[in-house]
Design a protein around this ligand. Sequence first.
Ligand code: GTP
Ligand code: MG
Length: 173
Amino acid sequence: VSEDEKTEDYLFKIVLVGDSAVGKSNLLARFARNEFYPNSKSTIGVEFQTQKIDINGKEVKAQVWDTAGQERFRAVTSAYYRGAVGALLVYDISRRQTFDSIGRWLNELQTHSDMNVVTILVGNKSDLKDAREVPTSEGKALAEAQGLFYMETSALDSSNVAAAFQTVVKEIY
Ligand code: GTP
Ligand code: MG
């Protein structure tokens, strides 16, 4: 088997979930292309990108799916979640409302996907320190109560973006 074929061995579907404008598409852009869009528009329908991840020296591929937070722009829910083995449940640390929505998103995720989908709660926009509305301790507490991994990220300054995806893929693998 050639090196090329070996890399096809592991392809994990991971879904991004959360309210509009929390930064789902920018987390994916940062992770897959190391890009950031200060004025990105709402996602319409569904997009996905595949990115290689190194797990203990083995190459794994994460196929990350992204859809809109707003109902009217969203992909068909059941198709979006079908086959997902990992999920990033994203809120914006500078908008409490997006954190309050997490319960609803978690409910949708659990309704439409496999019971043991590896999930991480992600508090994005950690760079917006002065605008913070959700303390780290609250994010951590919710994650613990729900049995989720937890991390704060910034798609803007890159902090923890790769780490968040890696945490999920490592656990699946
Ligand atoms: P929908 O597609 O509507 O569901 O939104 P989304 O969750 O994909 O949000 P998107 O990635 O489009 O980002 C929304 C806005 O937040 C954009 O203006 C981004 O530039 C900004 N943004 C995303 N991530 C960060 C971040 O980590 N820090 C800061 N300061 N801004 C961010
Ligand atoms: Mg988007």
